[in-house]
Each structure stands twice: as C-alpha cells, then as structure tokens.
Design a protein around this ligand. Structure first.
Ligand code: C2E
Ligand code: CA
Ligand code: CA
Ligand code: CA
Length: 278
C-alpha cells in the first residue's frame, strides 16, 4: 500500500518537475515566435479529380524558425490552445492568408482558402468580427474564405457557436466539419449547425482497399453525407487506388499527397499557374 502511494507520488512529482517546465518553455518560445513573425501558413491544394483542376486549398500553419527549421502544428497547436495563444496565432494566420489571397490571380470564381479554428473560437463573435473586418480592409471577397472546425474537441457552448456560424454563413463564409466521424459531435452537428461540408479524415481513407473494420465507417460516412446532401472532401489521399475508389463513390474533391503536399505561398502561386495551363 505504502509502495503504491510512493509510486503515485513519484509519478506526480515527475510530471510536475518534468512536463510543466517543458510546457512553460514551449509557451515562452511560442510568444517569442509570435513576436518574430515566425508563424506562417503553408497551403495544400484541393483538387477536383474529374477535371484535375484546383478548387481551393487548406491553410496549414507552420512555425518557421530563423535557423530554417520548420515545426509542424502537431508540436505546438495543443499547447497554444491550452495557453490561449491560439487566438493570436489565428489572427496572424488570417492576416497572412488574406494578404496572400489578394495577390492571387488566375483563380476561378469559387476558389477558396480554408482556415482551421478550434471550436472555442467559433463560440465568440469577436472571431467573426475580426475576420470580416480583415477581409474587408484587404478588399478580399468573403466567399474566398472558409472555416474548418474540428470535432476532435467539443463545443462547450453550442448555441453561441451556432450564432457565430450563422453570421459567417450569412456573410458567405462557408463552414466545414473537419475530422468528421473521429470526435464528439457525431452527425448531430449537421442538424444543429449551419455546416454543409464534411471532410473525411485520413484515418478512414487509409482503410480503402483493406479489410479494416473502419472501412465500414468510411462507407457509413459517405452514405450519410449523400443522404444529407453535404459536400464531401476526402483528406489524406495518397494513392491512385484511393482516388479511383472515391470516384466510384461519387467523391471528387480530393486533398492529399497524391496531388500535392502543403507548400509555401510562392510555390502555391506556381502550382496554380501550372494547373491553369492544364
Ligand atoms: P488537419 O486540419 O486534419 O489537416 C490535415 C493534415 O493532414 C495536415 O497536417 C496535412 O499536412 C496532412 N495531410 C494532408 N494530406 C496528407 C496525405 O496524403 N498524407 C499524410 N500523411 N498527411 C496528409 P499538418 O499540416 O501537420 O496539420 C496537423 C493538424 O494541425 C491539422 O490537421 C489541424 O488540426 C492542425 N492545424 C494546422 N494548422 C492549423 C491552424 O492554423 N490552426 C489550428 N487551430 N489548427 C491547425
Ligand atoms: Ca483541417
Ligand atoms: Ca482534417
Ligand atoms: Ca486529420
């Protein structure tokens, strides 16, 4: 009994001494990164597999350090969220994305760039106000932006989220449910919130051509999406076999390494130019 108690005490002490300072260090590093303007968006194209044309892209944040090191969001987004630094990071990202869109020419009328936000941000009207103001200050049409909200973490205030989303949608900013099927909302979000687009997570795309039980979930998501008349985007698509299977299921909007990896803005401009030349 005493041993068990000592073990637990040891674990707690280790967590306290080890993890917490590490998190604090990362928090301070993030603050420095924000000041030094080291957070910038990369862009991953979303392709219509029937035509090969780019229809839009997703912005994915990268922490680009002065020494050339590029840090992926998996290493800092959760910490930034816990420390509420995510708000400032999102502001920075929106300002980059808006500036970048303003520079794009050669894009189709409905070309869009998605921005990832955590559910908590969508519960606050300040988010919508800032976004709409930034777009208007840069003379970027609202329909160029869409919001991806993950269902990996829950909404704590669904009715506020609904009001913010409705305001965005009324202003021509679409909302996409990210990582659908992996998290909290289940499919009830599509009934309760003004979301008309579903992103199918890589976890399910990976099951194509395998006998994984999750392959049934993929088919269930697709059939739900069709019945609810949602737009569906498949994410994490890496092979021709996956593209073909998705085509047979009527899913044509594809994002994944099969077509392109996330890239800096200068490469996106070239990508779009080449894509337009066909
Ligand atoms: P996500 O929103 O689900 O983004 C898709 C992730 O899948 C991206 O990882 C992308 O690079 C990766 N991916 C796309 N296609 C493929 C593929 O074919 N194969 C493989 N192996 N991976 C693929 P990334 O850029 O590392 O972002 C990870 C997560 O970090 C994102 O997942 C998103 O939840 C979060 N994130 C990224 N940028 C932001 C941001 O600006 N704000 C917030 N709140 N979260 C962000
Ligand atoms: Ca996303
Ligand atoms: Ca996703
Ligand atoms: Ca994902």
């Amino acid at each position: 009994m005493v041993n068990v108690f000592l073990c637990i005490l040891l674990v707690i002490t280790c967590i306290f001494l080890g993890l917490r300072p590490q998190r604090r260090t990362i928090k301070m590093a993030i603050d420095r990164g924000i000041k030094r303007k080291e957070f910038i968006p990369f862009y991953q194209p979303i392709i219509n597999s029937m035509t090969g044309s780019i229809v839009g892209c997703e912005s994915l944040i990268r922490w680009c350090k002065a020494n050339g090191e590029i840090i992926s969001p998996a290493n800092f987004i959760d910490i930034a969220e816990q420390n509420k630094q995510i708000y400032e990071i999102t502001d920075v990202l929106i300002s980059h994305v808006t500036n970048d869109i303003a520079k794009l020419n050669n894009i189709s009328d409905d070309f869009f760039v998605s921005i990832n936000v955590v559910p908590r941000q969508l519960q606050n009207q300040t988010f919508a106000t800032k976004l709409l103001n930034t777009l208007s200050a840069n003379k970027v049409s609202n329909h160029r932006i869409s919001i991806e909200v993950t269902e990996r973490t829950p909404f704590t205030d669904l009715s506020s989220a609904k009001a913010v989303m409705q305001r965005l949608v009324d202003n021509h900013i679409g909302i996409k449910l990210d990582d659908a099927g992996t998290g909290f909302g289940g499919f009830s979000y599509f009934q309760e919130l003004p979301i008309r687009t579903l992103k199918i997570d890589k976890m399910f795309i990976d099951t194509i051509g395998t006998s994984d039980v999750k392959a049934n979930i993929l088919n269930a998501i697709i059939s739900f999406g069709k019945k609810a008349k949602l737009t569906m985007i498949a994410e994490g698509v890496e092979t021709q076999e996956q593209v073909n299977y998705l085509k047979t299921q009527g899913i044509f909007l594809i994002q994944g390494f099969f077509y392109a990896k996330p890239m800096p803005f200068s490469d996106l401009e070239k990508y779009i130019d080449n894509n337009m030349k066909g």
